[in-house]
Design a binder for this molecule. Structure first.
Ligand SMILES: Cc1cc2nc3c(=O)[nH]c(=O)nc-3n(C[C@H](O)[C@H](O)[C@H](O)COP(=O)(O)OP(=O)(O)OC[C@H]3O[C@@H](n4cnc5c(N)ncnc54)[C@H](O)[C@@H]3O)c2cc1C
Length: 498
């Protein structure tokens, strides 16, 4: 069997990469160890630029039914401290509350439309590579077999077999002092606060919904997910005693009592399950030393793991997949300019480093103890300044990412702003095909077929070259193209598109 690209892992990031490769004209083969899709949900939402990225592929509409652009969030939290985003100009933080299981189902449907072959119950067990390709050993329902491929991408999660077999180190820290307990549970009706949608607990006070609520003894979250089977209740404690065996509601109740100092008589959730009963001891923060070893690449959790606080995982992983897809496809098609595939690591590893930094900082801010209470008070003061709120919102969304594209224009290397096109469409509708675009605001002649846009960018700009992943490869503010600006556009096209 011969395939151009094999992806190990049909989690969200492997599926997204498969869709991107297909859009770019390369049909990958996806191997998934599990015989059927998991029923255990992990993420409950998407946070950041990824929401706009899904909009630019028409996938936001599939998840929400909304055709218009996603609205930015009026507020969010950083390290269990509220962020008021309502005063920000061009607020960069977008949220989409949707279970990971639904995202995976939607991506699998999209992959099927794009004729991606997904082999369930087929596990990558080994590989060897040389300068021509990779030979994979696979364990399938009918026994072991081999596949010849030009590239292998490990999208096989935090315990990535691909990463281990490639000998890519995964340095970082593993902590064992936390116990996080999460369950769907019914809450006594008398504790519900219909005004805030949160809880009002006698002996403790109000608890707003969907917020990490920190005390000096731990963390408590009440999340009445829309359409969910029952509210999701979470606690986190430090240096606590783990009760033996699987999580029970009695154990969750005892943990909430220790954290809040007040009792909540949780009951079993109504309705059909599966109901989450999850206990996680400790956690890992690790970043792959390299994202590539010859013809083997890593995306998503295979390349980076960190605390789930602030929900950065899929913002990072799905954008890894979109960054890699068009570059790998160009390489396979033989049209990639020299060094293009190397920019996957040089662009995405720094993005992962920032997420590691942000999640470590948030983990410090939610820890128990009076010193942390002091640190939080200071941080809360700093968040009184909208410039600091902006900075945190940029960090959490990934809007502060600026790839090195070698062009001196404020938009160059950045996520392209949403633009209204001359035919009444939005830029996000134009980009659903995953192709590069030259966008012309002047009607001027740049010498290439261009998409006409209405002037409206906050930054002076008369034309921009959009990469398939939604980032600006080149931009100009000259009113009419001259020899110099034409040469710089030509250089950008050669650099990114060959
Ligand atoms: C409790 C929790 C809450 C979270 N909450 C959020 C949140 O709110 N927002 C957010 O953005 N992120 C959240 N995350 C992070 C998010 O769930 C992960 O980042 C995401 O699942 C990573 O996707 P992935 O495709 O890289 O890996 P995975 O989802 O781990 O998928 C990897 C796939 O590879 C398969 N596989 C493994 N080995 C092999 C092999 N050898 N051969 C073939 N297949 C293989 C596995 O079966 C699996 O299907 C949370 C994570 C956790 C644990």
């Amino acid at each position: 069997m011969i395939a151009d690209v094999v992806i190990a892992g049909a989690g969200p990031n492997g599926l997204m990469l498969a869709c991107e490769l297909s859009l770019a004209g390369v049909r990958p083969l996806v191997l998934e160890r599990l015989p059927e899709r998991t029923r255990e949900n992990r993420a409950n939402g998407l946070v950041g630029q990824v929401v706009r990225m899904l909009d630019r592929r028409g996938l936001y509409e599939r998840l929400t039914g909304n055709q218009g652009p996603p609205p930015p969030a009026p507020g969010f939290v950083f390290g269990a401290l509220p962020l008021d985003l309502s005063a920000l100009d061009d607020n960069p933080l977008y949220l989409l509350q949707v279970p990971q299981l639904r995202i995976e189902r939607m991506l699998e449907e999209r992959a099927a439309e794009l004729h991606v072959e997904i082999r369930r119950g087929h596990e990558l067990t080994g590989f060897t590579q040389d300068s021509e390709g990779v030979t994979l050993q696979v364990g399938g329902p009918a026994g072991p077999y081999t596949i010849e491929t030009r590239y292998l991408v490990g999208a096989d999660g935090g315990h990535s077999v691909t990463r281990k077999l490639a000998g890519i180190a995964f340095p970082g820290v593993t902590t064992d002092e936390t116990i996080a307990r999460t369950a769907h549970a019914a809450v006594p009706a008398g504790l519900l606060d219909p005004v805030s949608g949160g809880l009002d607990i006698p002996g403790y006070g109000p608890i707003p919904p969907f917020m990490h609520h920190r005390t000096e003894r731990g963390l408590f979250v009440y999340a009445p997910l829309p359409g969910g089977p029952a509210p999701l209740i979470s606690t986190m404690e430090w240096n606590g005693q783990d009760a033996e065996g699987p999580l029970t509601l009695a154990e969750l109740r005892a943990s909430a009592r220790r954290v809040l100092g007040a009792d909540i008589a949780f009951g079993p959730p109504d309705g059909q399950g599966p109901h989450l009963m999850r206990k996680l001891n400790g956690g890992n923060t690790r970043l792959a030393e390299r994202f590539r070893d010859g013809r083997v690449l890593l995306v998503g959790d295979a390349a980076h793991v960190h605390s789930a606080i602030g929900g950065p995982g899929l913002n990072l992983g799905l954008q890894d997949a979109v960054n890699l897809g068009w570059k790998l496809a160009a390489d396979v098609r033989g049209t990639a300019p020299a060094g293009l595939l190397d920019t996957y690591e040089s662009e995405r590893r720094p993005a992962a480093e920032r997420v590691v930094m942000s999640s470590r900082a948030q983990s410090a801010l939610i820890a128990p103890g009076s010193e942390v209470t002091g640190l939080r008070a200071l941080f809360a003061e700093l968040l009184g300044d909208p410039r600091n709120v902006r900075r945190i919102a940029d960090l959490m969304s990934g809007a502060d990412i600026r790839y090195d594209v070698g062009v001196d224009h404020p938009l160059a290397g950045r996520w392209a702003p949403d633009l209204d096109l001359k035919d009444g469409a939005r830029l996000a509708e134009l980009t659903r095909d995953g192709r590069p675009h030259l966008v012309d605001f002047t009607g001027g002649d740049w010498g290439y077929p261009a998409t006409a846009a209405l002037p409206g960018s906050a930054v002076p700009c008369t034309a921009l070259l959009l990469r398939p992943d939604g980032y600006v490869a080149w931009a100009s503010d000259v009113p009419r193209p001259d020899a110099e600006s034409r040469a710089s556009l030509r250089a950008a096209i050669q650099r990114w598109l060959g």
